[in-house]
Write a new protein. Structure first.
Length: 419
């Protein structure tokens, strides 16, 4: 059971001759990262991306346009932005683990409430609140993952990749649960929300235990890694290209994740093919940690984000150019193997360039521009899709991802943190 992963022997902290170079057991650290990653599975895999599978049924039942359907993910992103803006202030009063726990519990409850609402405005409001609680999970977990990564510097990229790649567990769970719990009755999609809420609770049990373990046993890592900051204020213009590239990533990737299922269904692909596609995408996300860990460790500037954005642009072009199952599966495998590593690359950038005392601020800053991108993405791509078709919408998503790659490639290391 994954629940057992959180009850390992505590790292030695009282040995007189212990040095900072001494690190915890590798397998224990990686397993703890996997357990914590179920938080990202809740925040993104279940609370956000599962909606793509529910969108066709909800759109048909509630009479939405694509713009209205996209507005649901925009509402979620608005809440995510509010959570990201609030996190630094909340973190002065509560630990990252406490905020992570609160987010997990709240998100599971809110997902259940989604199963009892049919009013569009009420659902929009609920998606805003769910986005805010998801942000607490994702940012709090990101800070804890960065702390855990610093416990084993040689595996830092892998640890971060495992945490963010955990979103794939939520995608796979959604791909299995949603098709089998949408009932062909009036508002039959509501049962799927209940199933997703149960999955959130199950994942939360393991993730919360991991977060508490890291908070308890790895706090010294942050203190050891921290260096006196020259100023409490961060010089954000020095991060400008990376932030801009990441904002365009937010716009481009969410257009794909919101409408790809609708595109495949409109192209006449069966439910079995679409489910298989989504499972493949989720499985590729899970294994992506190993694929890109070396890149995240080596690249201290924006080059890692640039490479990943470029690959995402290619993956997004494929189903827009050829709506064939083979093209869809290639696209899903490439997209899944790449998109959460782009998120991990920003946390790696923060670790490389900032002292540990500024990690929460740095991760929050990237999360804020990410959220802005996700606010614009579903509405803009939905509006384009209403007028010119879903394929045209994905072409614009791909172009934005390529533009983000160009900007990120120009970002140099900022040199705030010296090892």
């Amino acid at each position: 059971m994954l629940a057992e992963l959180i009850r390992w022997k505590r790292p030695r902290a009282d040995a007189r001759h212990e040095t900072q170079a001494e690190t915890p057991n590798r397998m224990e650290t990686l397993l703890l990262a996997v357990a914590l990653s179920l938080g990202s599975a809740i925040a993104l895999g279940l609370a956000r991306f599962a909606y793509a599978l529910l969108l066709p049924a909800m759109k048909l039942d509630l009479g939405w346009s694509f713009a209205q359907a996209g507005a649901m993910n925009t509402a979620n992103a608005v809440g995510y932005l509010l959570g990201a803006l609030t996190f630094p202030r909340l973190s002065r009063r509560a630990s990252p683990a406490a905020l992570f726990v609160a987010g997990c519990v709240a998100t599971a409850l809110l997902m259940a409430v989604s199963g009892v609402l049919i009013d569009t405005h009420a659902l929009l409001t609920l998606r805003v609140i769910t986005g805010a609680s998801s942000a607490l999970i994702f940012i709090g977990g990101g800070v804890l993952a960065a702390r855990l990564a610093s416990a084993r510097p040689r595996d830092a990229g892998l640890v971060l990749g495992l945490y963010y790649g955990g979103t794939g567990w939520g995608i796979v769970a959604s791909a299995i649960l949603v098709p089998f719990t949408i009932v062909h009755v009036l508002h039959g999609w509501q049962f799927a929300w209940f199933a997703l809420a149960v999955a959130c609770l199950a994942f939360a049990v393991v993730a919360i235990g991991a977060a508490r373990r890291i908070e308890r046993d790895y706090a010294a890592v942050t203190k050891a890694a921290a260096q006196p900051a020259h100023s409490d204020a961060l010089h954000w213009p020095r991060f400008g290209l990376a932030l801009a590239g990441y904002g365009l990533f937010g716009v481009g990737y969410i257009g794909y994740m919101t409408f790809i299922v609708a595109l495949l269904r409109n192209a006449g692909m069966s439910a079995a093919i679409v489910t298989s596609f989504y499972i493949l995408l989720g499985a590729a996300t899970i294994v992506s940690a190993r694929l890109w860990s070396g890149l995240l460790d080596r690249m201290r500037g924006g080059q890692a984000l640039a490479v990943l954005n470029g690959l995402l642009g290619l993956a997004t072009f494929l189903p827009a150019l050829a709506t064939h199952p083979i093209a869809a599966f290639i696209s899903g495998a490439l997209f899944g193997a790449t998109f959460l590593s782009a998120v991990a690359s920003t946390t790696a950038f923060v670790r490389h360039n900032l002292p540990a005392t500024h990690w929460a601020k740095g991760i929050s800053a990237f999360t804020i521009v990410f959220a802005f991108g996700q606010i614009v993405g579903p509405l803009a791509i939905g509006w384009i899709s209403d007028g010119a078709g879903l394929a045209r919408g994905l072409v614009y998503s791909a172009l934005l991802l390529v533009a983000g790659a160009v900007l990120a490639a120009c970002q140099k290391p900022v040199g705030e943190r010296r090892r």
